[in-house]
Write a protein that binds this ligand. Sequence first.
Ligand code: G6Q
Length: 554
Amino acid sequence: MDEAKISKTFAQLFTHKKRLSEAHMRDMFAQDESRFSSFSAFCGDLLLDYSKNCLDEPAMADLFSLARIAGVEKYRDDMWAAKPINFTEDRSVLHMALRYQGKSAVLVDGEDVMPAVKQVLNNIREFSQKIRSGGIIGSTGKKFTDIVSIGIGGSDLGPAMVTAALAPYANDHWPNENLRVHYVSNVDGADLGDTLKALNPANTMFIVASKTFTTDETMTNAASARDWLISSLGKEAIAAHFTAISTNIAACRAFGIKEARIFGFWDWVGGRYSVWSAIGLPVALAIGFESFEKFLMGAAEMDSHFLQTPIEKNLPVILALIGIWHRNICDFSTLAILPYDQRMSRFPAYLQQLDMESNGKRTTLRGKTTSYATGPIVWGEPGTNGQHAFYQLLHQGTDIVPCDFLIAANPDEHMGNHHAKLVANCFAQSKALMTGKDIDQVMAELKGQGMDAQKAKKIAPHKVFPGNRPSNTIVYKQLDPETLGALIALYEHKIFVQGVIWGINSFDQWGVELGKQLAKDLLPLVLDSSKKSGEAENDSSTNGLLDYFHKLKT
Ligand code: G6Q
């Protein structure tokens, strides 16, 4: 990576920003009828419209150069060649292998991982088909009607989001039939407690999803679930009612899970990139293995696009570069993910982890503290709900928030004109953010409504919209398994590209550790008030909180 060249390109980008400081996208569209086609790109029938960002061709050209100079193509090829790019954990990053549809070997340390990947997929196929058909039953001979997946973070957010998004594909079982898939993640007993309340142990299968099989929340929930099962079916029921997904086979066995019920994966699969592995087992159970395979195929299509398409037409690269422009050149600190799809309601939370755990970092590959901003704060909610809540700030607030709108051309629910209204709202929002409304327009409108001039002058400033607010719009045919796979892979690769440009390791997560360690240290003080809080090396706030907690505790 040539740092001098990178700095020079950043300097050029700041010059573009200065040049465009007075520009308004409204005028850019008025002056260039082909702006939409010049600033949009496809992967299959998935469209990325990035024309509503305050950028022009010279600025885009320098952004594309930045990607080249930063070595995006080289790092991308290194990732696919299984080089240990997650160097702080000495690991390759090969989630693309989990959905690879080609015939070539994928070598890690000289060994082809594809036979093992296919073996686990076959195990998932067999297991999910048997559970769904009643070929695998509980200890009392009853069919499983409820699957409870216990995991957290990367072992929960992906499968939970995908299961909700693809609910219509659970066609054999949804909504009338029997198999329901639940997710429990929080160590707050309310999560497990509320889930178990409605369940019958005889019909319930638990899947403990944990790469390490040591995560405190998951192990606490799994132990309580095991107690719940034992209290009504006895110890011998564990083997029939518990399944594990983990790389830590010994710990699964020690928990009481039999070998044939342990689905493995590998250390080259990061937690937040693991929905494609056995961690996706609950998804296969919910939507059936055929749909799960299509989900993998959709991601593989995006992988091929990412690996083969020139940078100027490469969707993940474009999305990443637009993000770099907003974060580093314009100093916009957040990114709103706005799916116009109710079933994608967990997608913003999923991307929150994918992006913020990957790129929320301040140490470069060379161990120096960055002098520039890295990953944005990611947040969002589905449209149209958000319109009636936080969009006020998007339109008229003092912070500019780049937005990603996502919308399907076809709904799953064919109900009146609901979908037409959803689409109209989605397109209206990006249009309104871009065009805005100036004072003259507002005055003309108010006068047209018959308002007297003095009152109009008083009210008008409140009705002005600055516009020129950036957004991308992603349009796809339908939210089917292939499309969802492609969308997730799009964002995975976008985040990777940004990590390369920022010169950080997107694949470790040391920031999660400190809080975990301190929680362990504090637990004895929470459990036992006689262990005086002052005994530990705590600050006065932590001690004060502990004392007050014990005072209130009944
Ligand atoms: C993801 C993170 C983290 C992890 C959870 C669960 O990339 O590493 O979210 O997935 O902490 O870890 P286990 O799967 O080991 O329980």
